[in-house]
Design a protein around this ligand. Structure first.
Ligand SMILES: Cc1ncc(C[n+]2csc(CCOP(=O)(O)OP(=O)(O)O)c2C)c(N)n1
Length: 587
């Protein structure tokens, strides 16, 4: 397994894999070492130019880093996992990429075909494990197959609707010489694990669709857009929701232009945040309850109608009837089927927004209903948003001790530059961030998305620092969340990646303790060490940090963190009695 790579010898499968990944713009290989994947490292080292390898301390961080790379750069991210436990450790992160529609390619090692069934080290058939959470999962058995298979994996990951793709390659396929091998892309030849060559649901058909001019297939239906324009012309209280796929699909400019042209009130979620910058007159996220509760037409773009959006049920508040709902998605299979839709369109979201703006413009301008929305509805929502902002001003300056978590966000707001990347990994502490950190630009906010997996933090931060070398990178960590990935501070240190970490340390699993108390009147399994010195963990790993217990010390500590130029954790002890005022349970 320690066979060296090219060095003048014919290229092995691993070298071919790296070459194919580079053709698709993959810049960095996120990984944790294992003998099964040595040829991929050898391929990276000897590639022209070499591909940087960022080696982490847990495979979840490798895949989370690849996922964040995809979400920030909008080019596919690459993670390399060793066979067996390397793959299984990556599964929560692959699932996160699946839920987020993030274009990620996971390449994995695999026990030798020649010994399959005899019990060689880490002999596990991976594709069936990851098939439900990937666009395709399959195995390359021969060196000559690897390059074409990796090419397919990248093409498929980046085609609408984007998502993770998994490919493992047997020891023979990665280590063996690729020259003179048939470039067979089916992955079905070779010895070993019969029946596992293509475990993914969409398989080859999806690959060929994506490769053969997906753009033409992705043009939205004009009649569907015209019908939505008519709904808009008849609406008095419309709302536009912008979600992550608007950014991932490169539709942020078209979305903003359509919203401005039609004067639509906008609510943003996930990576839709920042498309309308903080303070934009149409951005009424802070009036969410009135907007979604009283709307008569809700256009939802680039995000599923899931628990975050009341499963697509809007209106009905203050005597209003249920709202009509329109779903705009980047691919037909993303359009909601679990709720009644008044309209829908699928395909390129830029084309959908541009089509809608031109189809609706005249009709909307001419309709009496639209006057109602610009003269009454929009000002009402703007007033409600302004009232919500001023109602919070006191808490953002709170002098309470123990510290109110909002005081942290009050201090942070004054220090963030417009291109700062803010990452949230935690429960209540991060829910506050979602409400009070309003991005100035799109592509500057990363939360875990609807899968809600704790532990994304360090992997996302590693990727953010690499993707945005000159921007501030701020990682907001609950103290519970910190435990999943803080060890990867070591990766930040080894690879010289300065990041500011802020730990909202309430000494509890807040988002679980408070609800359990409310349900049962007691709680178990919800306490952590009060005041635990996570800052000292970071210092021990070669970074720096400090403990903050008084509200007036937060600002100076954050300034020291930004000035330090190293991984730095500001460990803020907050009030364990504080619970985020939550309106959804996720069920
Ligand atoms: C991997 C994983 N395990 C468990 C959960 C369930 N969970 C959701 S929020 C939460 C508490 C988070 O606590 P912390 O990070 O300290 O933030 P706080 O709510 O206290 O602000 C837990 C355990 C989860 N979402 N993901």
């Amino acid at each position: 397994m320690t066979e060296p790579g090219s060095g003048g010898r014919p290229a092995h499968g691993g070298a071919r894999a790296v070459a194919a990944a580079q053709q698709h713009g993959a810049q960095t290989m996120f990984t944790l070492s294992g003998g099964h994947v040595f040829p991929l490292y050898d391929g990276a080292v000897n590639a022209t130019p070499p591909m940087p390898i960022v080696d982490v301390r847990h495979e979840q961080s490798a895949v989370f880093a690849a996922e964040a790379t995809a979400r920030l750069t909008r080019a596919p991210g690459l993670a390399v996992l060793t066979a067996g436990p390397g793959v299984t450790n990556g599964i929560s992160a692959i699932t996160t990429a699946h839920f987020n529609g993030s274009p990620v390619v996971v390449l994995a090692g695999r026990a030798p075909d020649g010994r399959w069934g005899s019990g060689s080290l880490q002999e596990l058939d991976h594709p069936p494990l990851v098939a439900p959470i990937t666009k395709r999962a399959w195995t390359a058995h021969q060196p000559g197959q690897v390059e074409a298979a990796v090419d397919q994996a990248f093409t498929l990951a980046g085609a609408r609707h984007r998502g993770p793709v998994f490919l493992d390659a047997s020891l023979e396929a990665l280590f063996g010489p690729a020259e003179g091998q048939p470039a067979d892309d089916t992955g079905s030849a070779g010895t070993g694990s019969a029946g596992t060559s293509s475990a993914g649901g969409t398989g080859t058909a999806a690959v060929s669709r994506a490769a053969s001019g997906g753009a033409a297939d992705d043009a939205p239906d004009r009649d569907a857009i015209a019908a939505i324009a008519r709904l808009l012309a008849g609406a008095s209280r419309p709302v536009l929701i912008l979600g992550s796929d608007v950014w991932l699909d490169g539709a942020e400019n078209a979305a903003r232009a359509a919203a401005e042209q039609l004067q639509l009130p906008v609510i943003a979620n996930g990576q839709g945040r920042g498309i309308l910058p903080a303070g934009h007159p149409l951005l009424v996220t802070r009036a969410r309850s009135a907007a979604l509760g009283e709307a008569d037409l809700v256009l939802v773009a680039g995000t599923p109608l899931d628990f975050r959006l009341a499963y697509g049920s809007f209106g009905g508040k203050n005597g209003t009837p249920p709202a009509q709902v329109v779903h705009l998605a980047d691919a037909p299979d993303q359009v909601a089927t679990h709720c009644k839709l008044a309209g829908s369109a699928a395909g390129s979201l830029s084309a959908i927004f541009a089509g809608l703006a031109s189809a609706a413009d005249g009709a909307v301008a001419a309709s009496a209903a639209s006057r109602a929305w610009t003269e009454d509805w929009l000002p009402r929502l703007q007033a409600a948003a302004a009232a919500a902002v001023s109602a919070d001003a006191g808490l953002l300056r709170s002098g309470a001790s123990p510290i109110h978590p909002l005081r942290i966000y009050g201090e942070l707001a004054g220090l963030l530059q417009p291109d700062a990347v803010v990452i949230g990994d935690g429960g209540d502490f991060v829910s506050y961030a979602g409400k009070y950190v309003e991005p100035q630009q799109p592509g500057c906010w990363l939360d875990p998305g609807p899968y809600g997996c704790l532990g994304t933090g360090l992997g996302y931060a590693i990727a953010a620092r690499l993707a945005r070398p000159t921007a501030q990178v701020v990682l907001l960590l609950g103290d519970g969340a910190a435990g999943f990935s803080l060890m990867d501070t070591d990766t930040l240190v080894r690879h010289r990646l300065p990041v500011v970490m802020i730990c909202g340390n309430n000494g509890i699993w807040g988002l679980e303790k408070h609800p359990m108390q409310a349900l049962y009147g007691y709680d178990v399994a919800a306490d952590l060490q009060p005041g635990c010195r996570y800052d000292q963990v970071v210092s021990a790993l070669g970074g720096a940090g400090e403990l903050v217990t008084e509200p007036d010390d937060i600002g100076p500590a954050l300034r020291r963190a930004f000035d330090s130029g190293m991984p730095y954790l500001v460990n803020v002890v907050t009030d364990a009695g504080n619970a985020y005022p939550r309106s959804t349970s996720g069920v």
